[in-house]
Design a protein around this ligand. Structure first.
Ligand code: GTP
Length: 240
């Protein structure tokens, strides 16, 4: 990004110099010697140079702001403001590129809300939406800055934990699970909504050695949590 900004500033300076130069050439074509023209209109040339430079810098800045906004939109889930599935999978892939060079534990937590259909049916879709937003807020505040929290499907959320052992991931998963269970949520009518989640945790090891395998292992662990009665945390590969 810094290189792009540098290139744009360079282009702005070039154009700012080119405009008064072009004017100087026109003057020359009219028969006025360049140094005479420069002496006569020094103020005009300085003004041209500065205003073109200011205009181009301003345009570059706005373009940068727009591009940054578009990039943010392309990686964000519009409802919750969490990262979206595409961004999450690409970060997971990046983590494994690092892992190939320097193996260190990577963990993934898969969170699926329990009976979300019933919540929608009972309190309405709008309340369901607001609940998702509130859960996203809870996850964001209970996660660390290096962790990537994403909404990867309707009521499915994932957290990527770089450089995180199985024990640490289990502690984090329990923290998320508890935070969801104890959050105070209200429907649009003001009724209290109780919500729980089934959580799967997986960490890299000899068998789980790629991004796809890690994702799959956490998904399977989450499914086991559902099968075992929901509202619990299951760690991949550990007896329950
Ligand atoms: N309000 C709201 N509901 C959503 C959204 N995305 C998905 N859902 C709902 O989430 C529900 C998911 O239903 P299921 O896949 O049957 O899962 P569940 O009811 O949570 O049941 P279990 O996962 O088995 O505990 C569906 O009713 C979807 O309509 C959303 O953005 N907003």
């Amino acid at each position: 990004m810094r290189r792009i900004l540098g290139a744009r500033l360079f282009a702005a300076i070039l154009l700012a110099v080119a405009v008064p130069l072009g004017w100087l050439l026109l003057e020359y074509a009219r028969g006025v010697a360049p140094w005479v023209s420069l002496q006569q209109h020094a103020l005009l040339y300085s003004y041209m140079l500065l205003s073109v430079l200011a205009l181009m810098t301003l345009l570059s800045y706005y373009r940068y702001r727009i591009e940054r906004g578009l990039r943010k939109l392309s990686i964000t889930d519009p409802l919750t403001g969490l990262y979206n599935r595409r961004y999450f999978l690409s970060r997971l892939n990046d983590e494994f590129l690092l892992y190939a060079r320097q193996p260190r534990p990577v963990s993934l937590i898969f969170i699926d809300l329990d009976h979300f259909k019933l919540i929608n049916d009972r309190y309405g879709h709008q309340s369901g939406d607001e609940l998702l937003v509130a859960i996203a807020r809870v996850l964001r505040t209970s996660s660390r800055s290096e962790e990537v929290v994403a909404r990867i499907g309707g009521e499915e959320l994932c957290v990527l934990l770089p450089n995180c052992t199985q024990d640490q991931a289990y502690t984090a998963a329990t923290r998320f699970h508890r935070a969801i269970e104890t959050m105070a949520a209200l429907s649009t009518e003001g009724e209290a909504i109780a919500v729980t989640a089934s959580v799967g945790v997986a960490t890299t090891n000899d068998q789980i050695s790629s991004d796809k395998l890690l994702f799959k292992a956490a998904d399977v662990a989450m499914y086991q949590a559902k099968q075992s009665g929901r509202n619990q945390v299951v760690v991949a590969g550990l007896p329950r």
